[in-house]
Design a protein around this ligand. Structure first.
Ligand SMILES: [Zn+2]
Length: 202
């Protein structure tokens, strides 16, 4: 599924949940939800976020950068910070470096917990508690959305390698797949256009 579709799903859900007061709709919250909905795909060198993070889009560069980033966070934490979430992030980045697309930690419940808790601790520490739900929403929905594709996701990684998927799936890049993804992006854009004035005027 494309990054744009994942962002669309995240935004549509955040807007719907905000009607029931489950998410506070702010520009910051929507941005966090959008970034979190792209996060699981950083295991792919050509993913949307990696276009901004990686200098070259191949596997070796991806592995090297995420591994280095992970070690950097662990060392920083060991010598200076001593914060649980920095340590969690370090471990997460190292695992991301060695995960190939949709086969590892980022598309699993363990990944959702790892990244979600790290974000949660940081958000609490810096007074951004209202961003925790949008984060879990974006990340969690990415995993659920990928379960609707024929490749499925390793939900229980690292305990089980099996890929889980929904009873009805579509193939990414197929006619119906593209139509479906296009519709989600369209609905997301329409939603955003109508809701943006409301958010900005708050
Ligand atoms: Zn994905």
């Amino acid at each position: 599924m494309t990054g744009k579709t994942h962002v669309g799903i995240g935004i549509i859900s955040a807007v719907i949940l905000s009607q029931y007061k489950m998410v506070k709709l702010t520009l910051g919250g929507l941005a966090i939800c959008a970034i979190a909905s792209l996060l699981p795909d950083i295991d792919h060198p050509k993913a949307l976020l990696n276009r901004y993070i990686l200098p070259a889009k191949n596997k070796t560069v991806k592995t090297t950068i995420y591994f280095t980033l992970g070690v950097f966070f662990l060392l920083l934490n060991f010598f200076y910070l001593n914060l649980k979430y920095v340590e969690t992030l370090g471990i997460f980045f190292i695992l991301t470096g060695f995960s190939s697309h949709r086969n590892g930690i980022t598309h699993s419940l363990a990944g959702l917990l790892c990244f979600g808790l790290a974000f949660g601790f940081a958000a609490k520490a810096y007074g951004f508690k209202e961003y925790i739900i949008p984060f879990f929403l974006g990340y969690g929905l990415h995993i659920i959305a990928d379960m609707f594709t024929n490749r499925g996701v390793p939900l229980l990684y690292p305990f089980k390698k099996r890929k889980y998927k929904m009873p009805i799936t579509f193939t990414v890049g197929s006619f119906w797949g593209n139509l479906f993804e296009g519709l989600i992006i369209l609905i997301g854009l329409v939603y955003l256009t109508f809701k943006l004035p409301e958010i900005l005027l708050k």
